[in-house]
Write a protein that binds this ligand. Structure first.
Ligand code: FES
Length: 136
C-alpha cells in the first residue's frame, strides 16, 4: 500500500496529489497540448530554406519551431518528422534538447523516443525539395 501511494504521487499531477492530501487548489491539471489553428487551413507548408531551419539540413538536426508549436527532426535525407512540441507530462513547450534519438524535456527530465510510436503527438509529413508539408 505504501509503495502504491508513493507510485501514485510520482505520476499524478501536483494539483491532484495535493488536493487528495487535503490541500485545495483552484487550478486544474490541464496540459497545453492544443494545436490551436495550426491546421485550420489545411496542411502546413514550411519553407526550410529560411535560416531558422538551418539545423534541419543535416540528419539528426532538429528545431523547436515554437511559432507553430512543432518539434521538427530530420531522420534521413528524405524524411523529417514533426511532433507537437507540448511535453506529454505537463505540456511545457520550450525546454527541449535532443540526445541519442530522444527528446528530453528539461522541466522534469522526461525522455521521449523520437518516433511516431512515442508519447509525443506525431504528424504526417512529406518533403519536396525545401518544402516540408505537415498535416494531421
Ligand atoms: S513538463 Fe514535466 S517533463 Fe516535461
Amino acid at each position: 500500500m505504501k509503495n502504491q501511494r508513493r507510485d501514485f504521487l510520482k505520476t499524478a499531477c501536483a494539483p491532484v496529489a495535493l488536493t487528495l492530501l487535503g490541500i485545495p487548489l483552484t487550478n486544474a491539471c490541464s496540459k497545453d497540448t492544443d494545436e490551436g489553428d495550426l491546421f485550420n487551413e489545411g496542411p502546413l507548408e514550411i519553407d526550410l530554406s529560411q535560416s531558422q531551419f538551418q539545423d534541419l539540413q543535416t540528419v539528426n538536426g532538429w528545431v523547436n519551431y515554437q511559432a507553430k508549436k512543432l518539434l521538427l527532426l530530420r531522420v534521413s535525407n528524405s524524411e523529417i518528422l514533426a511532433f507537437n512540441n507540448a511535453c506529454p507530462h505537463q505540456g511545457n513547450r520550450n525546454g527541449w534538447s535532443f540526445k541519442g534519438n530522444q527528446f528530453v524535456c528539461s522541466f522534469h527530465g522526461r525522455e521521449y523516443s523520437a518516433n511516431c510510436n512515442s508519447a509525443l503527438r506525431c504528424y504526417n509529413t512529406s518533403l519536396s525539395g525545401n518544402i516540408l508539408t505537415v498535416s494531421r
